[in-house]
Design a protein around this ligand. Sequence first.
Ligand SMILES: *Cc1c(COP(=O)(O)O)cnc(C)c1O
Length: 428
Amino acid sequence: MHYFSTNKRSPTVTFREAVLNGQPDDRGLYYPSEIPRLSDAFFDELPRRPIADIAFDVMRPYVAGEVADERLFEICRETVSFPLPVVRVSDTISTLELFHGPTLAFKDVGARFMSRCLQEFSLDGDKRTLVIVATSGDTGGAVADGFHGVEGVDVAILFPKGKVSGVQEMQLTRVGGNVITLEVHGTFDDCLAIAKKALADDDIKAKAEVTSANSINVARWLPQQIYYFAAMQQIDGSEVVVSVPSGNFGNLAAGLLAAKSGLPIKRFIAACNANDVVPRFLLSHEYEPRPSIQTLSNAMDVGDPSNFVRILEMFNRDTRAIRSTLSAVSISDAVTETTMREVYEQCKYILDPHGAVAYRALTDDLNDNETGVFLETAHPIKFDSVSQILDKEIPVPDDIAELARRPRTSIEAENSFDAVKEIILSKI
Ligand SMILES: *Cc1c(COP(=O)(O)O)cnc(C)c1O
């Protein structure tokens, strides 16, 4: 197994190099040279095996011996050390709840796997590794938690002060240790621009191996397959259709990859909010990126989804083939709100805005003979809009209540690269 760039103008690399580089120089994305087929015996035994064993079998070919088997098993066990339950919402619809991890969102899975791989690979070198990431909310929390206490690695997280939800803010600002959180007086785009500059800065690079932890890294992307296997362990029906709330399309691309390896999912739905580049693409065959639009499901406000190129690659850029496995639906904020209220009234299930988009896309598209599952990508407590829309207090999980008692460790920073750079250099 090796990894090539989807732009085909950078050299092929090993798993280790792909993890450390993040992105190839030609600005493509790393893609595996082959997609492993899992055996019939694997699928016969699937419902009865612990998820850590399954995760190991799924990930092992991709890691290609670059992490020793024993250590890889340990990493897999820690990656999925929380429940991944399929929960019935109505007679015909279930949800795979991906919010039982430490930061209450599915990004915990990728962040935990990636942090441990980086630890493995950075302990070989003589410099510490510095991970720099800008976040609008969910990514930063998952990265902060996933990397907290990881040896040989420091993390700098930039987020726009006052522009994340109450729970997200708590998860970002109360970590400490090897995690440096910077509350930047600016927008998410300002944070992105500063992070980009920091990743290329010679003074910072002189002190540390610098890398990013965004969702295009293969060590974040590939382990997201694992929970599709966990879902299929728990589902009895046939003709399974999975609806995935999609922004950068990493989550969906991982599900498609699992299906290519033999996991019997019949088809997928890309559930989008008003940012409808992919639904438009499937209709018109034209891929036209646009500026992103702000919505209630803000982790999906993406106008040029970074992982979509991996889906194109998987299907040899054959749009007809893509359409045989994937449909795409765009759901407005108004419909998202109505859906949240209806599902709460009729089923007593609290959807978060991202899950609501996926639920609605699924019910709009599902046929009678099919079994429908949607992914709940985050806990409703993470979004302040939920209690307003449902006019109801959402119970705060214990872990979050505990976070509130921890000291604040974040540092405020002016909206300038020099200010942020100075803080980072003084901390690493
Ligand atoms: C990141 C995120 C998404 C989008 O996932 P992609 O892999 O970027 O498509 C959906 N929902 C929530 C809650 C997220 O945090």
